[in-house]
Design a protein around this ligand. Structure first.
Ligand SMILES: C[S@@+](CC[C@H](N)C(=O)[O-])C[C@H]1O[C@@H](n2cnc3c(N)ncnc32)[C@H](O)[C@@H]1O
Length: 407
């Protein structure tokens, strides 16, 4: 039976929060101050959810989602809110989590930095079964998609052209594009494929075709990598290496890291979880030297190429696990950490504290684990400022950069 709900606030996943018979109900597709209708489901013991199937009183922040797949596709979740409302939601979410888990006052959180709302993603990965598309919300079913509103238009051009090909034995299709106009199609296979067929079909559609068999990539045609520019630096992106998915956002993020780093040219930097060396290279002209540590060998190889490509002589990248014992790095003024969503492990935290830098710039794509880690770091470091950056518009995700100074 359908019930009517008043929405009091948004939770951290952008869902409306309401109450029914003393229970908290999380409601998809609902905005605070709305009255909506929906049906309650108990999704786990004592966890209740509903989906707003009818909006009775509409928020002034509600907009018609631009994407025809939005209702089913699991990719985006707050596209029914105006962009201003999405930004306000993320700003509040960061403030709430930092206060709750690290007791950081709201005035430390600076206004969120916006990026392009649509067409920002430089990479998409489509699942292939009988259909080609993205996972349906909370399911492994596939929603077929012919275009993606958050993807770079060059990616959509390729998607449109390849959609009708025969992808037998292909499990995933990844398409990458850069602002310099270079593109790459990556086919992850489950069994042998007819590479000649794909080479013929794709040669006028993309610059590179890569096939990944048993986790190992090989280039069918093209250079095997694409180039991107952020600020004055060029970066090589290969099939497996990590690159920020929002290039416009990456520049804003790296500028904020540089500002927070406030480096002098006689200062040394340690760039932990450095990926392909992007942040270290971006900081190189204002530091004496930068050492980057990264666990993934492919990323380290790309980092070496990036160092040469940009002719920087004061950046070095080493393949190391930050969660194991790391060398004694002495006289480090600034440590930048940019860990995966899980944040710093206990050992990684100990390592950072052992390096004992004057300043830490913590870059995080999950404000919950950031708050947990700040709560530990704040024993020795004062939180100066946190800036949220909207790297993932139309989703509930938010990136944060935090400056900590030794007490
Ligand atoms: C969020 S990415 C950051 C990449 C880079 N800073 C950038 O902006 O492009 C996290 C990186 O941490 C690396 N990583 C994950 N666990 C690690 C560990 N224990 N030690 C070192 N690097 C690790 C991953 O391979 C990945 O490249």
């Amino acid at each position: 039976m359908k019930e009517e709900f008043k929405i009091y606030r948004l939770d951290n996943f952008g869902r409306g929060v309401s109450y029914y018979n003393g229970k908290v109900i999380f409601i998809e597709n609902a905005i605070d101050d709305e009255n909506v209708e929906g049906q309650i489901k108990e999704v786990k013991k004592n966890i209740f959810e509903a989906k707003a199937s009818r909006i009775i009183d509409k928020s002034i922040h509600r907009v018609e989602p631009r994407c025809p797949y939005y209702k089913e596709c699991g990719g985006c979740n707050v596209m029914h809110m105006s962009y201003q409302k999405q930004l306000a939601f993320k700003q509040e979410k960061v403030k709430y989590l930092l206060k709750k888990f690290a007791d950081i006052e709201e005035d430390k959180v600076m206004p969120i930095i916006a990026t392009k709302q649509f067409g920002y993603r430089n990479k998409i990965t489509l699942k292939v079964r009988e259909k080609i598309g993205f996972y349906r919300k909370k399911s492994y079913d596939i929603v077929p998609v012919l275009s993606c509103q958050v993807a770079d238009p060059k990616i959509n051009d390729i998607l449109k052209d390849i959609y009708s090909l025969n992808f037998q034995n292909v499990e995933e299709i990844t398409i990458k594009a850069t602002t310099l106009g270079e593109t790459m199609v990556i086919l992850k296979t489950i069994d042998e494929i007819d590479e000649e067929y794909f080479a013929n079909k794709l040669q006028y559609i993309t610059d590179n075709l890569i096939v990944i068999e048993d986790g190992v990539p090989h280039t069918v045609f093209g250079k095997g990598f694409i180039k991107e520019v952020v600020g004055k630096y060029y970066y090589r992106i290969s099939s497996l290496s990590f690159f920020q998915v929002n290039t416009d956002g990456a520049q804003k993020l790296y500028d904020k890291i540089k500002e927070y780093g406030s480096l002098q040219t006689n200062e040394k930097v340690l760039d932990l979880y450095c990926g392909t060396g992007t942040i270290g290279i971006y900081l190189s002209d204002s530091a004496e030297s930068v050492v980057g540590l990264e666990i993934n060998g492919d990323a380290v190889a790309d980092a070496q190429e990036n160092i040469m490509l940009n002719r920087v002589i004061n950046v070095k990248v080493e393949q190391k696990d930050v969660s194991k014992v790391i060398d004694d790095y002495e006289n480090i003024e600034l440590v930048v950490v940019d860990p995966p969503r899980s944040g710093l492990s206990k050992k990684a935290m100990d390592n950072v504290l052992k390096v004992n830098p004057n300043r830490i710039v913590y870059v995080s794509c999950d404000p919950a684990t950031l708050s947990r880690d700040i709560n530990i770091l704040k024993e020795n470091y004062e939180v100066k400022e946190v800036t949220p950056i909207d790297m993932f518009p139309n989703t509930y995700h938010v990136e944060c950069v935090c400056l900590l100074m030794k007490k």
